[in-house]
Design a protein around this ligand. Sequence first.
Ligand SMILES: C[S@@+](CC[C@H](N)C(=O)[O-])C[C@H]1O[C@@H](n2cnc3c(N)ncnc32)[C@H](O)[C@@H]1O
Length: 245
Amino acid sequence: MSLLKALLRFSAVCSVGLSVAFAADDGRPAAARYETRNQPSRDGIGKVYFGREISHVMGHQAANWLERPERETEERTDLLLEALALKPGEIVADIGAGSGYFSWRMAQKVGEQGVVYAVDIQQQMLDILMSQMNRRKVGAIVKPVLGTVQDPKLPAAGVDTILLVDVYHEFDFPYEMTRAMVAALKRGGRLVLVEYRGEDPDVPIKPLHKMTVAQVQKEMSVHPIRLEKVLKVLPRQHIIVFRKD
Ligand SMILES: C[S@@+](CC[C@H](N)C(=O)[O-])C[C@H]1O[C@@H](n2cnc3c(N)ncnc32)[C@H](O)[C@@H]1O
């Protein structure tokens, strides 16, 4: 009897493992996902994913630009925070957190019962971020995480909302990063991308630093998440919300 139980448990574990593996895999070997251009464009790294050239990562030397005083009026970051409707106690992740512009604002929303994982691949950014968070008295809510270009190092199935502001187009490994972020979401959790609108020539941002909704949808279509809504409440960016069911 106990052997039978053990066998049943083993087969259940196998079938769960398999369905997760298939749902998160686009069926291609890793090397086939990306193409390389002989001549990278000025702002790109020459690596192409679903027809889109990936842009350079913004260096920590430009951290001041993220904190520019006119940012709130230019980007209406207050409206973005309002649209997120974060609740006290939520576990959220700010991927590509930079100087912590959004980490601080999200920490105020989730409060002391919540957590903000502030993930970046540049230790210098995390140093800037944590000195800002301590100065603003939210150092206990915001946890700095040094990720890698393929892994944000988040707890599995432990996050309610993942926010990416102006960062996805910089990912060197967008497929691997998204797969890891989806694995980090709780069931019912949200992945929220905020990108400058690629459809709009009047948005004064370099082309590789913008994305269209169609392109984002194409890239997300190989992951087990569904497009829930696209909000056009900001002057220059769209807010694209995916849900893990
Ligand atoms: C343009 S900044 C945006 C910062 C912040 N989201 C904001 O809006 O103020 C992009 C940040 O993403 C980070 N980044 C790029 N690739 C990353 C990756 N794979 N994982 C985590 N962070 C990444 C960069 O180091 C940089 O700090």
